[in-house]
Design a protein around this ligand. Structure first.
Ligand code: ZN
Ligand code: ZN
Length: 340
């Protein structure tokens, strides 16, 4: 197996659901693992999934608990495991079962997932298109007095009725709550004169989308309107610069530089963006703390924001595919100032 040799491993035990799904296509990866051995890669699951053989691209073994233990007892040599995912107690159990050397690994399958195949991009595209329909629907419901969580529920309901899942519980943050980047949705009613931040994504065949729009409910002026203009300028500056070969840390810095021109950079309290795929948040990171180089096939978000404590906030998030020559915007929803 080509995966094992460069790692210096005799076998590799993959437990993170997104990685299990990536290697097997199995749609219930929370209840399955992949064991890569010299003989090949196998999906391991249990009798709740008798159809695993048909649902997996790689050979599947439907095993009872004792049978699975037998499979581990046969392992020898250096066996890799996913140190960021396998709980310590589970590792202890494996050590008792298998007379092998258990070797911690990090990011092995995650690195393979960075660049998407056209099929993967298609799923993300589909998830994104559904999210945009859901957002258009949500905007028709934005009115003073409506509760944030009712809007969030409508988005969820809309996506599920179309056979998709939600990538994450939609964020609907209005007024002062807009200053909280991960506010969720609360019982707060919307009021005229507020900004409303809506951050949503769908999930199609395991793949996610992620997009944010900030909408004005009625007339909004002053500092919030200026924060919107600054956020949009930062986003557009990054969109002009982004492409294959670009350094993610520098792109993040570019957004901050633009916000600084408005003297608002200190209110941008999170990273510029992240990869999207089988996980909503995956590599590469576009952040001040990590450096990656963008490559064709990567799908990333660009999401500058300005969060003014006690006043409100703005975030605009686009989803883009890095191409050979630049980027393709996967999010098409108008991003400019919008009043409803
Ligand atoms: Zn988002
Ligand atoms: Zn995001």
């Amino acid at each position: 197996m080509t995966l094992l040799e460069p790692l210096g491993l005799d076998a590799f035990y993959v437990t993170r659901p997104e990685n299990v799904r990536y290697l097997s296509g199995f749609p219930h990866p929370e209840d399955a693992q992949v064991l890569v051995t010299q003989e090949g890669a196998f999906l391991l699951t249990d009798p709740r999934y008798p159809e695993a053989e048909q649902e997996s691209r790689i050979p599947a073994k439907v095993l009872k608990r004792e049978e699975k233990e037998e499979a581990f007892k046969a392992l020898r040599g250096r066996v890799g495991f996913e140190a960021e995912h396998l709980p310590y107690a589970a590792l202890e159990g494996l050590r008792e079962l298998a007379p092998a050397e258990w070797v911690p690994t990090k990011g092995v399958i995650e690195r393979l997932r960075l660049k998407k195949t056209p099929e993967e991009v298609e799923r993300i595209r589909k998830a994104q298109a559904l999210s945009e329909e859901a957002l258009a629907h949500a905007l028709t419901l934005l009115k003073p007095g409506v509760l944030e969580w009712d809007i969030a529920l409508e988005i969820e309901f809309f996506l599920k009725r179309r056979g998709a899942g939600v990538a994450f519980p939609p964020i609907v943050a209005s007024g002062v709550r807009g200053a909280l980047p991960h506010a969720g949705a609360s019982e707060k009613p919307l009021r005229a004169g507020e900004l409303v931040t809506l951050d949503l994504g769908a999930k199609v065949a395991g793949y996610h989308s992620d997009m944010t729009r900030t909408i004005a409910l009625g007339r909004v002026d002053g500092e919030l309107r200026r924060a919107f203009a600054a956020t949009l300028a930062a986003l557009e500056r990054v969109l002009e610069a982004i492409g294959p070969g670009k350094n993610t840390k520098e792109l993040d810095a570019l957004a901050r530089e633009e916000l600084k021109r408005f003297d608002l950079d200190r209110y941008f309290v999170h990273s510029l963006g992240h990869g999207v795929g089988l996980a909503v948040h995956e590599g590469p990171a576009l952040s001040p703390y990590l450096e990656d180089t963008l490559e064709p096939g990567m799908v990333v978000t660009l999401e500058p924001g300005v969060y003014l404590p006690g006043m409100g906030g703005v975030r605009i998030e686009e989803l883009v595919l890095i191409t050979e020559t630049g980027v393709e915007l996967l999010s098409r929803f108008p991003r400019g100032w919008q009043e409803v």
